[in-house]
Design a protein around this ligand. Structure first.
Ligand SMILES: [Fe+2]
Ligand SMILES: [Fe+2]
Length: 333
């Protein structure tokens, strides 16, 4: 995942009154970050840095978990045992990514309950890519290729994020994302090389539907991304949204050519001068509509997460009752 929504959200107000001591600490902190030092959980950090990270890491964790829904929808309908085993493993990986990331966010002093409450009440965002439906089996391959591919592009720089627990979690996540991307691409390659004309058309249709939402995963254009500059200065973000989007297009178009599919962009053109592809304008009104809750699947996705939370209440209660019983036993001993 799925970091797109991270640069979205109100800019926190910097503390209005700062003591001289705080100013000194902040200066030392900024110098450490500028020198490429990593910040650990127990180190002093400015409140705004902490809040930015909690927002970013928790949104990332939510994206991993919500991201299981569109693909989980196809586990029982995978065409072969091999594809089912791969898809199961991938969806399970995404749950693991969510868990690493919730744990990383917890080191900043926020509880998992608080983060989940923010998701369930609609206060926290997750990547809007997961608010689109998976209509055919080809969507599963295209999600691996484009969505996990965009995720890798976004996440590799996060392995060098200044907040060490987040950076460490991202190293493992990125290794797994790379398997996700490859399994998706390979499944599309099989359909395009050995498939029937209907299967090939299904792949093209899936590419047509997922292309633009994948480009939106990099977030708003740099000029509309007010939090980005501060995040870059703090070493949370290393490469800007527009630069990452360009890198993704440049890496992906040659792969589309090998596959034998086209992307739905009449303005796409190689620009020898820039050594990059020029591409058409993104429909930002669609992006904001989906981010703000009105995409094709927003209500279903959130509804499924809230239901999972409510259905799991008995497990949490049982675990708490068990730990209370253990504690009483230990006290009595
Ligand atoms: Fe993931
Ligand atoms: Fe993934």
């Amino acid at each position: 995942m799925y970091t797109q929504a991270m640069s979205v959200g109100p800019q926190d107000q910097a503390a209005k009154v700062r003591s001289a001591e705080d100013a000194q600490r902040e200066e030392a902190f900024e110098a450490r970050v500028a020198a490429g030092d990593f910040i650990e959980a127990k180190d002093w950090m400015p409140e705004h840095y902490r809040k930015t990270l909690v927002r970013q890491i928790s949104q990332h964790a939510h994206s991993e978990c919500v991201g299981m829904l569109p693909e989980g929808n196809w586990i029982t309908r995978a065409p072969t045992l091999k594809r089912k085993a791969i898809l199961l493993a991938k969806v399970q990986d995404e749950a693991g990514h969510g868990l690493y990331l919730y744990s990383a966010a917890e080191t900043l002093g926020t509880s998992r309950d608080q983060m989940l409450d923010a998701l369930h009440t609609g206060k926290a965002k997750y990547s809007s890519i997961f608010n689109y439906p998976t209509l055919s089996w080809a969507d599963i391959g295209v999600i691996g290729w484009l969505v996990d591919g965009a995720a890798i592009m976004n996440q590799v720089p996060l392995c060098r994020c200044s907040y060490a627990p987040y950076a460490r979690a991202m190293i493992r996540v990125c290794r797994e994302e790379s398997f996700h991307q490859r399994q998706g691409y390979e499944s599309l390659l099989v359909m395009m090389r050995e498939g029937t004309p209907e299967q090939k058309a299904m792949v093209q249709d899936a590419v047509n539907r997922w292309w633009w939402p994948s480009l939106m995963m990099f977030g708003p254009a740099d000029k509309d991304s007010p939090n980005s500059e501060q995040s870059m200065r703090w070493g949370i973000k290393r490469i800007s949204n527009d630069d990452l989007r360009q890198k993704f297009v440049d890496a992906t178009i040659p792969q589309a050519e090998i596959l034998g599919v086209t992307v739905p962009d009449a303005d796409l053109k190689w620009n020898a001068e820039r050594d990059s592809y020029d591409f058409g304008a993104i429909d930002w009104s669609e992006f904001w509509r989906v981010v703000n809750g009105d995409g094709p699947m927003n209500r279903e996705r959130l509804g499924a997460r809230v239901k999972a939370w409510e259905d799991g209440a008995w497990v949490r209660e049982a675990a708490l009752a068990h730990s209370r019983k253990q504690a009483t036993k230990e006290q009595a001993a």
